[in-house]
Design a protein around this ligand. Structure first.
Ligand SMILES: O=c1[nH]c(=O)n([C@H]2C[C@H](O)[C@@H](COP(=O)(O)O)O2)cc1CO
Ligand SMILES: [Zn+2]
Length: 167
């Protein structure tokens, strides 16, 4: 029988909590190939969230989602990356000393925005584009600017499922 007199022990860690929220945010993304979410945290409080998508007011149905073809016929010139959205949407203007949780290692443009906004720690899950020069440039800048980056384990057992008894 369940012991209701003692503290629960199988609660999720802060890292799992914030990364879980980043991944939940990524579920809003319309990108058919890669969905990225980001969550900015200061003093264990969430101060910004974002996912990869078109700029506000640009219709998800009017722009291309293709990966290949003429540049203007692909998604790449149009998408705002999750990290930049989280920075731009943050509720505090001062992000100095904060952390960012993000599903995918930040690209060079996001690394610039992270550094300039004062974020000091990055936690990420996937580094699937590590061999590309964009990510090598990103790491060069982050290392120089003393922004740390740490890969978190995949958190395979966290499933969002609402127990029918809960309602
Ligand atoms: O740092 C990032 N943050 C971010 O939100 N993205 C987004 C842009 C695209 O919508 C998608 C990458 O698409 P793809 O893997 O098909 O190239 O992820 C991509 C990166 C890394 O390039
Ligand atoms: Zn980026």
């Amino acid at each position: 029988m369940e012991n209701l007199t003692k503290k629960r022990e199988n609660y999720i860690s802060w890292d799992e909590y914030f990364m879980g929220i980043a991944i939940l945010s990524s579920k809003r993304s319309k990108d058919p190939n890669t969905q990225v979410g980001a969550c900015i945290v200061k003093d264990n409080k969430i101060i910004g969230m974002g996912y990869n998508g078109l700029p506000r007011g640009c219709s998800d149905d009017s722009f291309p989602w293709d990966k290949e073809g003429d540049f203007l016929n692909t998604k790449y010139p149009f998408i705002v990356h999750a990290e930049l959205n989280a920075i731009l949407n943050s509720i505090k203007s001062d992000l100095k000393g904060s952390k960012i949780y993000v599903g995918l290692f930040p690209c060079n443009e996001c690394a610039k925005a992270i550094i300039q906004s004062g974020i000091k720690e990055i936690f990420y899950l996937s580094d699937k584009y590590r061999d590309s020069d964009i990510f090598k440039a990103s790491k060069l800048m982050l290392d120089n600017a003393n922004v740390t980056y740490t890969q978190l384990p995949p958190m395979k057992d966290i499933v969002l499922q609402i127990d029918p008894d809960y309602i």
